[in-house]
Design a protein around this ligand. Structure first.
Ligand code: ZN
Length: 219
């Protein structure tokens, strides 16, 4: 591969990764807003007395720790947990070193881990709503909206967690496409026994260009 090709390829991979990270960034904001609105309709029902622990059934209890002010996970009521969570997410989203606002600013190396933690904690709010407040959601006629938001959330997190596999597939397909476009003319020439000299294991640019020209003029 020539240096130009390698540079172009690196740019291509960086571009795809950047698009992926941008989609994570926008989606984190969207999902945060959706959960905020959904939970906001339940604040008068999700109280410390009704929900003394942040849980999704007896087997799943969630404790709070932000790693800065509260390093050791503490048991809190569901509304307190959601309060802590929303404040924490808002702080993360407002931190320009984590979520760059200016175009072209690189994402930090730990960006994926931060977004993963945001999504994991937002999932806990969905789990709590479904387990403890679904009947209230039904009575408020919000179940269709809740289900749509949750499906969107689950689908996106599933796709993004497998996104690097998809990116690799795209890269392989693009590489094959590039090879086909670049070397197909030579294959044509080989078929017609009009092969140019092949020097070592590197095809000089001039030979390739000649082959490409001839491949389009074969009769
Ligand atoms: Zn609750």
């Amino acid at each position: 591969m020539s240096m130009g090709l390698i540079e172009n390829w690196n740019c291509f991979i960086l571009c795809i990764l950047n698009v992926f990270l941008c989609s994570l960034s926008f989606s984190a904001v969207d999902f945060f807003n959706q959960v905020n609105i959904l939970y906001g309709t339940l604040t008068e029902f999700c109280t410390p007395s009704n929900c003394p622990t942040m849980s999704a059934g007896p087997k799943y209890e969630y404790r709070w720790a932000d790693g800065v002010q509260i390093k050791k996970p503490i048991e809190v009521s569901a509304p307190k947990y959601v309060d802590y969570l929303m404040d924490w997410i808002e702080t993360q989203l407002d931190d320009e070193s984590l979520f760059p606002q200016k175009l072209g600013t690189p994402f930090p190396p730990n960006f994926r881990d931060v977004v993963k933690t945001i999504f994991k904690r937002l999932f806990r709010v969905y789990a709590h709503i479904y387990h403890s407040h679904f009947q209230k959601i039904v009575s408020l006629k919000e179940e269709a909206h809740l289900n749509t938001c949750f499906k969107h959330f689950i689908l996106f997190t599933w796709v993004s967690s497998h996104c690097f596999v998809f990116i690799n597939v795209i890269i392989i397909i693009s590489l094959l496409k590039w090879l086909l476009v670049r070397f197909f003319p030579r294959v044509l020439v080989l078929m017609f026994n009009r092969v140019h000299a092949f020097h070592g294991d590197v095809w000089p640019q001039t030979v390739l260009q000649n082959n490409m020209k001839q491949s389009f003029t074969l009769t």
